[in-house]
Design a protein around this ligand. Structure first.
Ligand SMILES: C[S@@+](CC[C@H](N)C(=O)[O-])C[C@H]1O[C@@H](n2cnc3c(N)ncnc32)[C@H](O)[C@@H]1O
Length: 319
């Protein structure tokens, strides 16, 4: 029936233009649900967005303002660090304004045994010293397999792509939201992003280089510096994660492990890894804990890149 087909075509066009108006790009999952009454549900979503967006922006501005005022106050009176009212208010504002934070809180609540660092914060060219070194060591190799574990929104993968133009790169992250951004930003046939909480999520691949940067830590520890860290993350979990990374690294492979709350040197793998690069000292001090989960005061671990000893591989290979 030609007339009906035309009507359907017009309805379809109208629906698609409404989708584009609300979201910029289509979001299929939402629209599968709203197919039965597309116009009403689109209006409802638009109305909700019109109310929620300003509320979220206001919460963000309030949170940033509060952070500006509370930081100088804390430096005058360090005891303020423990005033929980300010912290609670800031967390509530962040909850309202930051969808990634909401996702990580959800993971922390429902998969506490799986998640490490709760923040997905990253930045372009965050470790120039490290990537220059990696480029010098491996830049001319064509057959490399590289894993960026905890790749977040992909800045690290982009730095890897520049340093190793021919490598196959796998980014793994527990945050589906961060990966959505990474996939949108990086379209490269030799890059893939996989959602998961362990290195094996991307399959039984053996890598030449594994990066695990700012993942095996919890931000609160460096801020609050409790004497015992086990309430947030324990040495046992750290060691298990490092053993798991080790299973997927080839003999003589490189492991970039940095910004953790524990040291590789304290784990059972210490003898298998030799540090070959150290980060330049910096002012910001990450809280460092020992195998007994007790704070090691005034300590900093600057080792950033390790080589896996070939002999060590025999008893820890992928299986
Ligand atoms: C602070 S970001 C670090 C991003 C990047 N590696 C960097 O150094 O800039 C920490 C990332 O680790 C991810 N993460 C936390 N626990 C994880 C887990 N068990 N498996 C994979 N990723 C995890 C978070 O989702 C987040 O994107």
């Amino acid at each position: 029936m030609p007339i009906l087909q035309t009507e359907r075509w017009i309805a379809d066009r109208r629906k698609r233009s409404t989708e584009t108006w609300i979201y910029g790009t289509a979001r299929p999952k939402l629209f599968v649900r709203s197919n039965s009454a597309p116009h009403f549900s689109h209006l409802a979503v638009a109305r909700r967005r019109m109310l929620l967006l300003p509320a979220a922006s206001t919460a963000k501005v309030l949170n940033v303002t509060l952070a500006r005022f509370s930081a100088p106050l804390r430096s005058i009176a360090p005891g303020l660090r423990r005033v929980s009212a300010i912290g609670r208010l800031r967390r509530a504002l962040r909850y309202l304004s930051d969808a990634s934070y909401r996702e990580m809180l959800y993971l922390q609540r429902y998969r506490p045994e799986a998640v490490f660092q709760l923040s997905t914060w990253t930045r372009e060219d965050r470790y120039p010293h490290l990537f220059a070194d990696i480029a010098a060591r491996l830049g001319d190799r064509a057959d490399l397999n590289v894993l960026s574990f905890g790749c977040s929104t992909g800045a690290e993968v982009r730095a890897l792509r520049k340093a190793l133009p021919q490598a196959h790169i796998t980014g793994v992250d527990i945050s589906e939201r961060a990966l959505r951004t990474a996939r949108r930003r990086i379209r490269d046939p030799r890059v893939r992003f996989v959602q998961g909480s362990v290195p094996g999520a991307a399959g039984d691949v053996e890598y030449d280089l594994i990066l695990c940067l700012a993942v095996l830590q919890r931000g609160e520890l460096s801020r609050l510096r409790p004497d015992d860290c086990s309430q947030f993350i324990s040495f046992e979990r750290f060691e298990r994660a490092v053993l798991d990374l080790d299973r997927y690294l080839k003999p003589n492979g490189l492991l970039a492990l940095y910004h953790s709350n524990f040291r590789l040197a304290d784990t059972r793998l210490a003898a298998n890894y030799v540090p070959i690069l150290f980060a330049p000292p910096h002012r910001e001090q990450r809280a460092l804990y020992g195998p007994d989960n007790r704070l090691i005061p005034d300590a900093q671990d600057l080792s950033i890149l390790f080589v896996k000893q070939a002999a060590a591989h025999a008893d820890s290979s992928v299986g």
